[in-house]
Design a binder for this molecule. Sequence first.
Ligand code: GTP
Length: 303
Amino acid sequence: MSETSPQKILIVDDAPINRKVLGELLKNEHMVIMAKSGEQGLEKAIQHIPDLILLDVMMPDMDGYEVLQRLKANPATMGIAVIFITGLDRPEDEARGLEMGASDYITKPFHATVVRARVALHLRLARQHRLLESLANIDALTEIPNRRQFDQTFAYECRRCARAGCALSIALLDVDFFKQYNDCYGHAMGDRALHSVASVLRYGLGRGGDMGARYGGEEFVLVMPDTDNIGAIMLADKLRYDIELLALPHKKSRAAGVITVSIGIATAQGEQLSFPENILKLADERLYQAKAGGRNRVCGEDE
Ligand SMILES: Nc1nc2c(ncn2[C@@H]2O[C@H](COP(=O)(O)OP(=O)(O)OP(=O)(O)O)[C@@H](O)[C@H]2O)c(=O)[nH]1
């Protein structure tokens, strides 16, 4: 999202007049979504992942406290800032909401300038928070997800694929004779070569759920959910070939005259997905086999 694109605000209030007043106040500058009950608010929060939620406290069936509790319990919505809208102005009510994770309070009757100022403040904070989050997950040199992001995604996809009963494959890639490349062409050229290899991974992974990350040094990792061993080998071999086609000269390589990678693949299903470290270990063993077998190749099974 760019700095200037409108941010999404979800208004959850059972009183039509409150929805109307707040909507009128905010709709010119922001994208406003309405929900008229706690239940509907939760559904729309998951569907739209807004930047901010204005949440009425007193609602029949599910009150604001319960909605907030459920938002905070769901990893998809736990990061969304919530401002409580309330007619209650007793300190203990305010404290309760803030302790549960609300970011702020707006009391009724509304003062237009106060509502706009509070909303603007929390939207600004939400934008900064998201920017920091994304920077913390991106590797500065290669501009693809870093090890931290890989660890989170891999753990999440292992759990998801186990639940869905599908296979998950991972691939470990290592640049061949990279020490010699650095020694011959210099560290700055080495950095540039890593950036080029990362670009192939960034643009070469077709499916939405696939992820290519820098694993560390001159090693990369691919997460391929819902992909069996044969599919993963085919995809990895295409990427290996695309990297060779970059044709980055490497006169010290004994595998080819250009930069190449060796790749080890592991596929897991069912129970095996409960042990992510074993999947990584297997991929690493196969990477070692690919190296021992002559480099610039993919190894998906024991040779
Ligand atoms: N330029 C650059 N070099 C790096 C970076 N991270 C790791 N390296 C270098 O990558 C090289 C890895 O060398 P080795 O692990 O010995 O393996 P290799 O020379 O690639 O040989 P094989 O893996 O056996 O084909 C080392 O020289 C590291 O210094 C980086 O961010 N930039």
